[in-house]
Design a protein around this ligand. Structure first.
Ligand SMILES: Nc1ncnc2c1ncn2[C@@H]1O[C@H](COP(=O)(O)OP(=O)(O)OP(=O)(O)O)[C@@H](O)[C@H]1O
Length: 196
């Protein structure tokens, strides 16, 4: 689904991380780990095509969904309106907005403006887009951040269903925020010096 070959990115003439090779197949969950500033977001953005690498290649063969740190919610639209926007962009008019909101635990907040949602509710609203814009490959930047225990379990459920249906996911995380899904693969982002 996604291949990265000897991927590097330089900033101010210095590589951010050691060259990365990655081959993501259907049904696989990859977790990028590393300290703050190690380059997880930078790498994910390259994988998503949101930046150009200094060297190496990225090949994506399937439709891709991206959820970054900035959740791309419209603050002056309510939850359902945000989800409708995502559905309309995806061109999937039959997708059930209410069901998606319920699935992520936002049934009681569907008419609340996104700008007034809590951090965890905002993350849930962004995650609901994954249900409305079908994509085989999910690229998620720290999707567990701001979620409570029940929210993390909800995300585990979304991921498990996605993988079981032949989807794949690459996510970043740090600390203890790891998916409760057996068999995920971990890719530790290493500093460039370690490769010398
Ligand atoms: N636009 C930019 N210009 C200059 N430096 C940047 C830019 N974006 C990121 N960096 C730097 O690149 C390095 C990698 O940043 P990145 O956001 O990829 O790290 P991260 O592993 O995702 O960190 P965190 O765990 O804190 O989210 C950091 O040192 C950061 O300060």
């Amino acid at each position: 689904m996604l291949q990265a070959t000897h991927l590097t990115l330089e900033r101010h003439f210095h590589p951010v991380f050691a060259p990365v090779d990655l081959d993501v197949a259907a049904g696989e969950l990859w977790v990028l780990t590393g300290a703050n500033g190690s380059g997880k977001t930078t790498l994910l953005r390259l994988l998503a095509g949101l930046g150009a690498p200094s060297s190496g290649h990225v090949t994506r063969r399937v439709a891709t969904a991206w959820i970054g740190h900035r959740l791309a919610l419209k603050d002056d639209l309510d939850v359902l309106e945000n989800l409708r926007l995502a559905r309309d962009f995806a061109g999937s008019p039959t997708a059930d907005l209410q069901a998606a909101a319920e699935r992520v635990g936002l049934a009681a907040a569907t008419r609340q403006m996104a700008g007034t949602l809590s951090a965890g509710q905002r993350k849930r609203c962004a995650l609901a887009r994954l249900l409305l814009a079908p994509a085989s490959l999910w690229l998620l930047d720290e999707p567990y951040a701001n979620l409570d225990r029940e929210g993390a379990a909800m995300l585990d459920g979304l991921l498990a269903a996605h993988l079981a249906s032949g989807g794949a996911c690459v996510m970043s995380t740090h600390g203890d925020l790891k998916p409760a899904i057996a068999g995920f693969r971990e890719l530790a982002i290493r500093p460039a010096e370690a490769d010398a």
